[in-house]
Design a binder for this molecule. Structure first.
Ligand code: 5GP
Ligand code: MN
Length: 315
């Protein structure tokens, strides 16, 4: 059931023990929204934990108390008055949602592809980031975010808007970010931390880009990272930013080996609806940024994603 922001704020107010969670392969918005709300709610005297069932990339070490994020322990049950699922529908949290016994569950998201299965869902596809929503909910609670919370919210907003460059950046997004900077966030510290890579990571990405391929008369640029190359390309953060600059491209993507017969696809577009492509493979996202996982051998996965993109380009 979809609820209003006032309702969502009231649910947070009513809970004394809260568990926050988000999606596997967490990004800045997933980590920022959960950790940021943790700081807000702890400052309100609540008992709060964050569970994320994956490794936290080290670029996020800049976020206050990121080391307090817990990975759910197999077989352990977690209890709370309220479970808050941020930046994703309930199905993509790994073991987090299944291991929590909560009286109520609140889902906060900005993905058009949210399956709307949560009992209580605050969904705003026009919000640039879940962190933008989390910031607004904090204000709705009548609370000014602490600096720790502000750093987290700012990071999620900055990451999901490509540092305020993508089409999801609205006047409200900028005002929220301005408020957070006023609280004390240093934009340069966040951007330097988010873009940091090791020498090896940079060289591996350069090698991956050397294998760039163009399709559909230059409208699509892609990098395929097979099992062997996946061992060195340990981060794909920023990779698509290098492809999207190519003149004439409508869709850019990479397909990366994850495990046997399993490939991760991440897509960006300049208007082509890539979330619809991702949904063909049970993935999702936004019109201009989406992802999915394809279960097939390399050659088959490659053909499948290229065919799906071709169909959407001609739609
Ligand atoms: P990225 O390409 O950065 O992994 O993801 C782009 C956008 O698509 C993000 O908003 C992300 O949450 C969403 N997304 C990526 N992969 C999946 C997926 O497998 N399922 C769903 N529902 N959304 C995804
Ligand atoms: Mn997001």
């Amino acid at each position: 059931m979809k609820i209003t922001m006032d309702d969502a704020a009231q649910m947070l107010r009513d809970a004394q023990t809260v568990i926050l969670t988000s999606h596997i392969r967490p990004d800045g918005d997933a980590i920022g929204s959960t950790l940021g709300l943790m700081h807000v709610l702890r400052a309100e005297g609540k008992d709060v934990r964050v569970l994320i069932d994956d490794e936290i990339p080290r670029i996020f070490n800049v976020l206050p108390d990121v080391d307090q994020i817990e990975r759910p322990v197999k077989g352990q049950r977690y209890t709370a008055d309220l479970l808050v699922v941020c930046d994703v529908e309930l199905g993509r949290t790994g073991e987090s949602v299944p291991s929590v016994d909560a009286v109520r569950l609140l889902n906060i998201d900005h993905h058009v592809t949210n399956d709307e299965k949560a009992d209580y869902l605050y969904l705003d596809p026009d919000a640039a980031a879940t962190c933008e929503i989390a910031y607004d909910i904090t204000r709705t609670l009548g609370v000014t975010p602490t600096l720790d919370a502000a750093i987290c919210f700012y990071t999620g907003i900055a990451m999901d808007t490509g540092f305020f460059r993508f089409s999801n950046t609205t006047p409200h997004t900028m005002r929220a970010a301005a408020d957070l900077i006023e609280i004390g966030v240093k934009p340069n510290i966040i951007s330097v931390a988010m873009e940091m890579k090791s020498y090896d990571e940079v060289m591996a990405q350069v090698k991956a880009i050397r294998n760039l391929e163009m399709f559909f008369d230059g409208r699509v640029a892609a990098v395929f990272i097979d099992e062997e190359r996946a061992r060195t390309v340990t981060t794909t953060e920023g990779l698509l930013d290098k492809l999207r600059v190519i003149e004439g491209t409508q869709v850019v993507f990479f397909m990366k080996w994850l495990e046997k017969d399993t490939y991760r696809v991440s897509m960006r577009s300049k208007g082509t609806n890539v979330s619809r492509i991702a949904q063909k493979f049970d993935g999702g996202g936004h019109i201009r940024a989406a992802g999915c996982t394809i279960h097939a051998p390399f050659a088959e996965a490659r053909t499948a994603i290229l065919d799906a993109i071709g169909e959407e380009l001609n739609a």
